[in-house]
Design a binder for this molecule. Structure first.
Ligand code: NAD
Length: 438
């Protein structure tokens, strides 16, 4: 059974027990990634040299970006791009804009991309970017100038065969269009395949916008089948109503799941009978917030995560399920739409509570899978219908879910460690075949 592990909750991991972590260490995404990597590598009996290669990012770039602001002053923003691995193909991963972006966070996100691309077996490595800024306080003009200068600073490191960025928190199709245009201007030709998540009319893929949420909804379906549960009566709570959360909630709602709660940064909504997600999407689009929606009761956003439900989908940000609240969760399935929402200590608590975890590197891989389709279509110059894209996505998500639960059963580990083991095994095998260039 996938929920069993041979590892006792307090087992020593390379000299550090998870019991001794401070809250700062517990919520450091790089530490969290490294702890899971170490455990999976240990279980795979991974060669010591390969362990060293895969534990660290291959390249970390820091840029300081001068931007002319609307008021005539010049501001300098710090940006990162980390390429964790390019062994299986070009680096792939989003770019996020946020005030609290850090190098450790970007490192962790880059390595998660390596593992995610390997879990769904697409020919990409892992990368991630971020710029420390507060996009909520910036005009479109300032955002455009910052994006173009960030792209220009990275011009020699990105490219269709090198590293292919995509949207992440607070970046979107427009951001990708600016990056594509800037890169193309430098290259002297239009090169759409340098980024994914673009608008459809300039080389974007149909279905990309909803793809991460669609992937979440597919693995929820698979988990229900695996656990012998049904969509009927399946109550879902979603945290975050942005790209991933909104599309996950909407697609699950369309499939007949009952979405009883939605949490956002400025409040949460609850309706035991189910929220009308179609109307809530319209409300958020019109008002920019879920606040004031008449179809649900306003509740505390942290407390909502602890209400009884069949599926909890954290789809906002990292470290929302920690040693502080994991004990109080009352979901049967945790489907991680966000990257890194659960800390290592929380993992152990959830394992003891027999919560079936669909780990981030599987659950939210629908986005990068459709990004892969976008890159393929751009390079062919031939575009698929939305239903072709969705069918291909469905097949990969269903197969990948089956691969992870099979690995979990065969190796008697939980789903997260199974997903890491599967991914690390695939990447390590490639590096071994290619050899270490000297
Ligand atoms: P987004 O910016 O579109 O949406 C995030 C939403 O979460 C926003 O509506 C925001 O208000 C809300 N939010 C932020 N902090 C919150 C909090 N503490 N409580 C409740 N709500 C909060 O970003 P996104 O693209 O949907 O990404 C969300 C997560 O999914 C991130 O972890 C991201 O790395 C991951 N992810 C995104 C994609 C993708 O295709 N966009 C793919 C894979 C993983």
């Amino acid at each position: 059974m996938a929920g069993e592990s041979l590892i006792p909750a307090t087992e020593t991991r390379l000299g550090m027990t998870t019991q001794t972590l401070t809250l700062e260490q517990e919520t450091n995404p790089w530490e969290a990634q490294a702890a899971r990597f170490d455990e999976a590598a240990l279980r795979l009996n991974l060669d010591a040299g390969l362990t060293k290669v895969l534990r660290m990012p291959a390249r970390e770039i820091i840029v300081h970006i001068p931007v002319s602001m609307d008021d005539g002053t010049v501001e300098v923003f710090t940006g990162y791009r980390v390429q964790h691995s390019v062994a299986r193909g070009p680096g792939k991963g989003g770019i996020r804009y946020a005030p609290d972006v850090s190098l450790d966070e970007v490192r962790a996100l880059a390595s998660w991309m390596t593992w995610k691309c390997a879990v769904v077996n697409i020919p990409f490595g892992g990368a991630k970017g971020g710029v420390i800024c507060n996009p909520k306080n910036m005009s479109q003009g300032e955002l455009e100038r910052m994006t173009r200068r960030y792209t220009a600073s990275l011009i020699e490191f990105i490219g269709p065969e090198k590293d292919v960025p995509a949207p992440d928190m607070n970046t979107n199709e427009q951001t990708m269009a600016w990056i594509m245009d800037t890169y193309s201007m430098h290259m002297g030709q239009t090169m759409t395949s340098v980024v994914t998540g673009k608008p459809v009319n300039i080389g974007g893929s149909r279905g990309r916008r909803e793809a991460t949420g669609r992937g979440v909804s597919i693995v929820c379906d698979e988990a229900l089948k695996y656990l012998g549960m049904t969509v009927e009566g399946c109550r879902v709570i979603v945290q975050g109503f942005g790209n991933v959360g909104m599309h996950s909630a909407h697609l699950l709602w369309e499939k007949g799941y009952t979405i009883i709660g939605i949490a956002e940064w400025d409040g949460a909504l609850f309706n035991a009978e189910g929220l009308n997600i179609g109307k809530l999407v319209e409300w958020k689009t019109a008002n920019g917030t879920i606040h004031g929606f008449p179809g649900g009761e306003a509740v505390d956003k942290a407390e909502l995560l602890e209400r009884e439900c069949e599926i909890l989908v954290p789809a906002a940000t990292e470290n929302v399920i920690t040693s502080k609240n994991a004990e109080r969760l009352r979901c049967k399935i945790l489907c991680e739409g966000a990257n890194g929402p659960t800390t290592t200590i929380a993992d152990e608590i959830l394992f003891d509570k027999k919560v079936f975890v669909i780990p981030d590197i599987l659950a939210n891989a629908g986005g990068v899978t459709t990004s892969y389709f976008e890159w393929v279509q751009d390079r062919m110059g031939y575009f698929w219908t939305e239903s072709e894209v969705n069918q291909r996505l469905e097949r990969i998500m269903v197969d990948s879910f089956a691969d992870v639960v099979r690995y979990a059963t065969e190796h008697k580990v939980n789903n997260r460690i199974a997903a890491y083991m599967l991914a690390i095994d695939r990447v390590a095998y490639t590096i071994k075949q290619r050899g270490i260039y000297a």
